[in-house]
Design a protein around this ligand. Structure first.
Ligand code: GDP
Ligand code: MG
Length: 660
């Protein structure tokens, strides 16, 4: 809504413009008035709409045409004053004033006009008969009013109408010729109805109506008032009330009624509360509230936002199968101006056997959007009415900006719940498969995916020490010469090679040496297609020796050519590496990444104070003993350690939790 209102009075000399202004200010009729009143400003708190209002007089004798044109272009509303006892002054309204004003304003941004018939004290009859045809002819005329500066009739009303014409214009809402609301207004109110229909049954029941009333007008609706409203609708439209609630038809009728009765500020209050501006578009400030994201911080959804999104899901999952059918998705996005999800989303997140996005997948997609493009996420939440339904100041309240990653690294702990893993590898090495397998799809299922529906991202949850975390996988296009900052920025890196292709490891080795050798980002080498014959790699070192040389975890054999869904262990491992990158600290068994090593780090950083040193030492000794068992086969030793202490680590974790 506007911050102030500028009212200009024009008209023939001696119709009483200056007297009207003086009467308003002094509340009595001045016998002597100057040619032109000084510009006055009425402070916000004494105007009905609580907006500072400037009133500007015009005098042909004192002002040039140029000055008049300037005032016209500055005005928000123009009152054309005539005198009811002076025919010529009425004629001049159409022959002079309206054309003059229209010539000086843009067709698209016409100022509202108000016809003011002054000196009503001097005549018995009304001038309305002459005025109504003019009103019908010019849609810019907001309203007309007859008044008298002399006996103070309708003076404050006149200025109130002028103010209202600026703050709550009928133009965008209503078409007087058709006697119905304009399409853009119907569209906005329909969206508002859908957002407010919390259970999505097409009816606003008493609870929903009360919530709506409270959000828009800050006061609850008395039970009798609620009944009265419904009765009015019942009497006037069939199907306006159903199951004792308001249907969309009834809701729209009600607003038409408000507008027709000159109470269009009610409709405007509703529209503005739901984020609309004067052009009936959702406003930028509503969709894109200011949100500062410092460097090295990421964006996640707050707990309450997940709850909100859950309620949106429930509202649209009509058949309660915990997945959204194409129709259900369409219905969910009806409050959007466009369809935000393309077919690639179905290959970015988990789907059910029919290929429909599951509840888990739906939340994952929201998490992904929040992480990758928070502005978009804010926009989407705006369409869903997040800030209104959750009674928040703005959409920005939905977002948690994480702590700077450098502080996380220093403190060796993180509160983040989304971690990004970039997947690099030569063409055909199995990157896409690795992404798809994370969604539980084996090779057979992956073959059914259309090329143009593929995604460079996949996201799902993993559990790390009992905590649910999101792991976001991103497939980076193989380009040796140029990897951008964005390609490199992540929490953990996967270097994928194809065991069956002798030329594929070289790419991983080069990429590692060029970009990651000196970085702090943990790396994991994945030996993909492990179901196929392992070819000797054309590279100076074998992958195993390469990893050993660079103190990397040994290459992880991996395949998605499985009967069931491919296993999730590797993804859990990646998430753990992403969460605890500092766990580079060498384990006593010299393995970098066995679960025990990681566990040890957690103990050190978070839980050490709470565990008994003795208990810790017993476990550690056992681990060392196990690690020393076979000194000949280094890697085998490490992997035995990993499996044994994966179990031990978990037992210890449980014991610690119990103690707490
Ligand atoms: P302006 O030139 O349009 O600013 O008109 P003025 O305010 O100077 O008024 C012109 C004359 O009309 C003055 O003599 C006023 O006293 C008189 N006048 C203004 N308003 C009224 C009114 O409501 N009733 C009557 N009877 N006279 C009025
Ligand atoms: Mg005057």
């Amino acid at each position: 809504m506007r911050k102030d209102v500028r009212i200009l009075l024009v008209g023939e000399p001696k119709v009483g413009k200056t007297s009207l202004i003086m009467s308003l200010v002094s509340e009595e009729f001045p016998d002597d008035v100057p040619l032109r009143a000084e510009e006055i400003t009425i402070p916000a708190d004494v105007t009905p709409e609580r907006v500072p209002t400037h009133i500007v007089d015009y005098s042909e004798a004192e002002q040039s045409d140029e000055q008049l044109y300037q005032e016209i272009s500055k005005a928000n509303v123009i009152c054309i004053v005539y005198s009811v006892n002076n025919k010529k002054s009425i004629e001049k309204v159409t022959s002079h004033w309206i054309p003059l004003i229209n010539d000086r304003t843009d067709k698209d941004s016409r100022v509202p006009l108000i016809l003011v018939g002054n000196k009503s004290d001097l005549v018995e009859h009304s001038s309305m008969e002459t005025i109504l045809p003019i009103m019908n002819q010019y849609s810019d005329i907001e309203t007309c009013v007859e008044c008298s500066a002399k006996n103070l009739k309708n003076i404050s009303e006149l200025f109130y109408y002028a103010q209202k014409a600026v703050l709550h214009p009928t133009g965008p809402l209503y078409c007087p010729e058709e006697k119905e609301m304009k399409p853009s207004c119907i569209k906005a109110l329909t969206r508002i109805f859908k957002v407010s229909d919390l259970d999505n049954d097409g009816i606003l029941n008493d609870n929903e109506l009360n919530f709506f009333q409270r959000t828009c007008f800050n006061t609850p609706l008395a039970p009798q008032a609620l009944e009265d409203v419904k009765n009015v609708v019942r009497k006037n439209v069939t199907d306006g009330v159903k199951n004792n609630g308001l249907t969309l038809k009834g809701f729209l009728f009600l607003h038409t009624l408000f507008i027709q009765r000159g109470r269009h500020e009610t409709t405007w209050t509703v529209l503005r509360r739901f984020g609309y501006g004067d052009d009936l578009e959702l406003q930028q400030e509503y969709l894109f509230p200011l949100l500062k994201i410092p460097v090295d911080c990421t964006t996640e959804l707050s707990h309450n936002t997940y709850l909100f999104l859950q309620s949106v899901f429930d509202k649209h999952d009509k058949d309660r199968d915990c997945a959204l059918s194409p129709e259900e998705v369409k219905d969910l996005f009806k409050v959007f101006p466009y369809m935000p999800w393309g077919p690639d989303v179905n290959n970015t997140v988990c789907t059910n056997d029919q290929g429909w996005i599951t509840y888990q997948g739906y939340l994952s997609q929201w998490t992904l959007t929040t992480y990758l493009d928070v502005q978009r996420c804010l926009e989407y939440l705006g369409y869903l009415g997040y800030s209104i339904i959750c009674e928040q100041e703005s959409q920005a309240a939905a977002i948690t900006v994480t702590r700077n990653k450098r502080i996380d690294l220093q403190k060796k702990q993180t509160q983040r719940s989304v971690f990004r893993c970039n997947i690099l590898g030569a063409r055909g090495s199995g990157k896409t498969s690795f992404l798809q397998a994370f969604l539980g799809r084996n090779l057979q299922k992956q073959r059914k995916i259309r090329e143009d529906h593929k995604s460079f991202y996949s996201i799902n949850t993993t559990y790390v020490y009992g905590q649910e975390k999101y792991l976001l996988l991103h497939e980076v296009m193989p380009d040796m010469d140029f990897l951008s900052e964005a390609d490199l920025a992540c929490d953990v890196v996967c270097l994928v090679y194809d065991v069956n292709n002798p030329r594929s490891f070289e790419y991983c080795a080069k990429i590692y040496k060029q970009y990651f050798m000196d970085s702090k980002t943990p790396c994991m080498v994945i030996a993909s297609k492990s179901d196929l014959h392992e070819a000797r790699q054309h590279y100076s070192l074998t992958p195993l020796d390469f990893c050993r040389k660079h103190k990397l975890h040994p290459p992880q054999p991996w395949t998605c050519n499985t009967v069931d869904a491919p296993g999730k262990e590797l993804y859990t491992k990646l998430t753990t590496m992403a969460m605890y990158p500092h766990a580079k600290l060498r384990c006593m068994c010299s393995c970098n990444w066995c679960t025990f090593c990681i566990c040890q780090n957690i103990l050190r950083s978070q839980l050490l104070r709470t565990i008994k040193a003795k208990f810790y030492r017993v476990i550690l000794n056992r681990h060392m003993a196990q690690a020393n068992l076979k000194s000949s086969t280094f890697w085998l030793r490490a992997s035995v350690g990993a499996t044994v202490f994966a179990v031990l680590g978990f037992a210890m974790y449980r014991a610690i939790i119990k103690q707490r």
